[in-house]
Design a protein around this ligand. Structure first.
Ligand SMILES: Cc1cc2nc3c(=O)[nH]c(=O)nc-3n(C[C@H](O)[C@H](O)[C@H](O)COP(=O)(O)O)c2cc1C
Length: 166
């Protein structure tokens, strides 16, 4: 699949097969994440991959909008240094890279909010991430247990423009 077809075929997936994901795939996804752009190339992040079942269960019960994390084969966790001005943008760049790398490997995934949520400190402590880092996003992933239902998107003409908005 070419890169743009990959972007266009992506949809959030929240149901996963129990099938284990090979370490080399998880490593490749982490590699894609850490190559994402960052403001001034600071790369102010710690990006984790959680595969331990008890940690996945704990994350799933911690995150009320992401109980399906408990059934994921892996959950990526993007932390960035909160004293960095562009901590959120940088973390979002890595998060999207994770999602698209998952798609490239045939995995379904879903962005689960981290930043602004009350559990970010609990998640940091659970994953033994040093103080000073804050959770930007969790990305549970796995081989899809169902076909992703594409969500309706606004018409291109409504939400994009060339040169000047008419
Ligand atoms: C910043 C952000 C936070 C999100 N948080 C959650 C979440 O907590 N739980 C969830 O199930 N989906 C979450 N999503 C996924 C969105 O619901 C999903 O992307 C949106 O409905 C569009 O569907 P699509 O990804 O299939 O295009 C989040 C997406 C973004 C970008």
């Amino acid at each position: 699949m070419d890169a743009t077809a990959l972007f266009k075929s992506r949809s959030s997936v929240r149901k996963y097969k129990p099938q284990v994901i090979a370490d080399k795939i998880i490593d490749d996804i982490l590699d894609c994440a850490r190559l994402a752009p960052t403001a001034r190339n600071v790369q102010p992040w710690l990006i984790g991959a959680v595969t331990d079942k008890s940690l996945l269960k704990k994350l799933g019960s911690m995150v009320e909008t992401g109980p399906f994390i408990a059934n994921a084969a892996v959950c990526f966790a993007v932390f960035t240094q909160k004293n960095e001005k562009y901590y959120l943008e940088d973390g979002c760049a890595a998060t999207l890279s994770i999602i698209l790398a998952c798609q490239a490997h045939g995995l379904g995934s879903c962005w689960v909010a981290g930043d602004k949520k009350s559990y970010i400190e609990d998640a940091r402590k659970l994953l033994n991430v040093p103080e000073g880092y804050t959770l930007v996003a969790l990305v549970p992933a796995g081989y899809p247990a169902e076909a992703a239902a594409p969500h309706p998107k606004k018409p291109k003409e409504e939400v994009t423009f060339k040169d000047r908005k008419i």
